[in-house]
Design a binder for this molecule. Structure first.
Ligand code: WQD
Length: 332
């Protein structure tokens, strides 16, 4: 298939581009490099053994999208391009809605104009908000607690409504839990700018000696060791989930939302210990206050994704830490 990957130079997009290329798809990446390094497309080519096309453009740029659709004639689109910092979203909500919601709309309009009817959208488990039940099924109520989560939920709603109006549309919105790790080649990975917001990249930087210690945000949650429990998923498993979702979108019309997680929980302390084992380094940490907005537990029910696509996560916590450490060790 000819596949347009928006945000294909980003963290999850770059790993997905590799998996698509290795599966034999023709790929064009559209990225504005707002949060990606310039050499990522070359690195993708080095890992995959062949290159993706590149269009440097913004997903909110309708003229650029029209050009890409005219030239490349994509049969499917995987849409990652967007802003993703939860804290920043609360400070500049209009910018998040402009890029994430209006950008997605612009893309869907370009798809509609070109007759492209296969879409995989990068959503998030954050659309569930505070969970009523664990593990979380797709039928759980949707009540995001911040503008970032709302931007993802709004796009899901737009895709659902588009599917009702256009019965030929095949679309899958993937609700990711906590993506971590890197490609085992260590040629691509997550390169956070400034202080990492997320646990794994922070732990990796402490192991590398770049930061003194990990702040563990609360040890009085209702969990086995009192620290937050999350469903971490290896980014390569997540990339493979996109390949499966694209096949599902191409197999027939309909709009579906699917969880992408492992269904297994890992606490903050378990993550620190696993990373110590993977890196062979001692990782200093201290307990601090809870981070506002955090929930005690977030775990996927991944059964529906498995049932619909046959995909299931294969890589364990040791592999997530080993691959993240290899990537961190190659950073200057
Ligand atoms: C994991 C656990 C923290 C950092 C966020 C977004 C979510 C999604 C993924 C996009 C929690 C604890 C963390 C630290 C810590 N993004 N922690 N010290 O919050 O589950 O999810 O990223 O869709 O929307 O909210 O991930 O990695 O930030 O935190 O103790 O320095 O680690 O309290 O229990 P989170 P995270």
């Amino acid at each position: 298939m000819r596949v347009l990957v928006t945000g294909g130079a980003g963290y999850i997009g770059s790993h997905t581009a590799v998996v698509l290329l290795q599966a034999g798809h023709e790929v064009v990446i559209l990225d504005n490099f707002a949060n990606a390094e310039r050499d990522v497309p070359e690195r993708i080519a080095a890992v995959a053994g062949r290159a993706a096309g590149l269009e440097e453009a913004d997903v909110t740029d309708a003229a650029a999208l029209a050009r890409v659709f005219a030239r490349f004639r994509p049969e499917g689109v995987i849409h990652f391009a967007g802003l993703k910092a939860v804290g920043e979203a609360a400070e500049v909500p209009l910018e998040y809605y402009r890029v994430n919601v209006a950008g997605s709309l612009t893309l869907m309009q370009a798809m509609a104009a070109a007759g492209c009817m296969r879409l995989v959208f990068s959503s998030s488990a954050t659309v569930y908000g505070e969970p009523d039940a664990i593990p979380i099924p797709e039928t759980h109520p949707l009540r995001p607690t911040n503008p970032y989560g709302w931007s993802k939920r709004m796009v899901e709603q737009i895709v659902e409504d588009w599917g009702r109006a256009l019965p030929g549309l095949g679309a899958v919105t993937l609700r990711y839990f906590n993506p971590v790790g890197a490609h085992p080649s260590a040629l691509i990975g997550e390169a956070p700018r400034g202080t990492p917001n997320n646990l794994m990249p922070f732990v990796a930087q402490v192991a590398a000696g770049l930061r003194p210690r990990v702040s563990v945000f609360g040890d009085d949650y209702d969990t086995p060791d009192g620290t937050g429990l999350r469903d971490y998923i290896h980014v390569m498993d997540l990339a493979e989930a996109h390949l499966a979702a694209l096949d599902l979108a191409a197999a027939g019309p309909g709009v579906q939302a699917l969880n992408v997680g492992t269904g297994r929980g890992c606490s903050v302390l378990e993550m620190i210990r696993a990373f110590e084992t993977a890196s062979g380094r001692a990782i200093a940490f201290g307990i601090t206050a809870r981070r506002p907005g955090d929930v005690a537990v977030s775990l996927a029910d991944p059964a529906l994704m498995r049932q619909r696509t046959g995909w299931a996560a294969r890589r364990d916590l040791a592999a997530m830490c080993a691959d993240a450490w290899r990537w961190q060790s190659r950073q200057s």
